[in-house]
Design a protein around this ligand. Sequence first.
Ligand code: ASP
Length: 479
Amino acid sequence: MKNNLHRRIFIGMFVGLVLGLALNYFANPDSSLYINAIWWLDLFGKTIFVGGLKMIIAPLIFASIVAGISTLPNMRELGNIGGKTMLYYVTTTTIAVAIGVAAVLIIRPGEKAASQSIRAEREAEIQEYVAAFTTESGLDPATPEGEPAFRRYISDHEDIAAGSSGDSDKYSRMNTASEQSPGDMLKTQILMKVLENPFNALAQSPPNALGIIFFAMLTGLACLALGEQAKPVISFFQSFNDVMMKITMWMMEVAPFAIGCLIASVIAELGTEALQSLGWYCITVIGGIFVHCCVLLTLVATVGGMSPLTFLRGIQDAWLIAFSSTSSAATLPVTIHCLTKKLDVDEKVAEFALPVGATVNMDGTALYEGVAVIFLIQMYGGLADVPIVLTAGTTGVIFITAVMASVGAAAVPSAGLITMAIVATAVGLPLYYIFIIFAVDRMLDMFRTSTNVLGDAAGAVIVNRLERKRLDAAAAGTP
Ligand code: ASP
């Protein structure tokens, strides 16, 4: 990869920013100029570039995990690397949620004037619902038998409105996510995915990463157990992995142009009105993410033994692609390249920790889910259909479900918004209230996805430092 790639990416981003701002301010969204411009930008950015990266992730995850595990010195090493990686992932995700919860409780974005005027509008709507409900049913919403019927009444009407809106698809996926009990979730979201036919797992869109990872780990372990006999399979997967990385490098050549298109399209479509009314909410999410990134960099410096500047320079291509594509899965090939080729992380560590991290370790998403649900409760709590008070208990439930929801989120754009339904349902927040934050989700997704990738990369550096000596010694044949 050429050394000046980051410079070219920055130039691409800058040109995209200027073009996006020009479209946002000067072009009428209904004009054919605007519609055509967005069509072409999306064609080059989303369809071709992000689509191309997504094309290689399923085979890449499979090949890189098999290659990584089958070349370990022994089976025990997988336990060491896997154990440390998982410990790091759980710890940092928990820290991320804690930072998010602290930020939203300190800044209180839901109590600012802009949020309160949105609440006032909603109160007026609820009054209209009360009048219509009382006339239609003859019940009083303030009575014990009227109250649940009234809440159902609002919910039915909101569901119909959401179902006919442009975001109906996201809404119905949120509803499906919220209807599952924890037991069902364990069964359908984890066990059934893990044990899926690997060809099915590879063929889905987005691919079933959990299924691929599990089957690849088994294949890698079996190769390790067979030793000499499995040599052809091991070398096949090693070369196949190199081939996937070569394709990634080719794609990176067009990254500056594609990233420019992605940025231009986001900025052109960004509603400035939404930014004004949800400004404090965005500041809280981005501020929390900034603090969390500082924590990760401190861990890289202290536990990982690497200067934060070296680390940031090494992963900047991956960070920028995550930021503009909003998919940590699509970024994975570049993340693996950055860690192994620029930061000298052992391939055995990177090829295991990064695909697993892209699938289950989402610090930015976890932080965001906690902030979003608490923000909505601050803004709407106490309304007739939001009988929620923010107590230590509710906050605890949000804390735990935000961690779970981030693990369950797929590494694709907007996935965090869908799994947020799990957190909202756990505390009784009606899903239609999540609609209000859709307007700024794409922008916040850029920040959380790049943080997700930063978190995975930091984990690989840390585990590499802790395991490197042992791996090198085992490879050299010394105990
Ligand atoms: N887009 C994020 C990712 O790919 C997931 C999310 O929506 O939070 O990591």
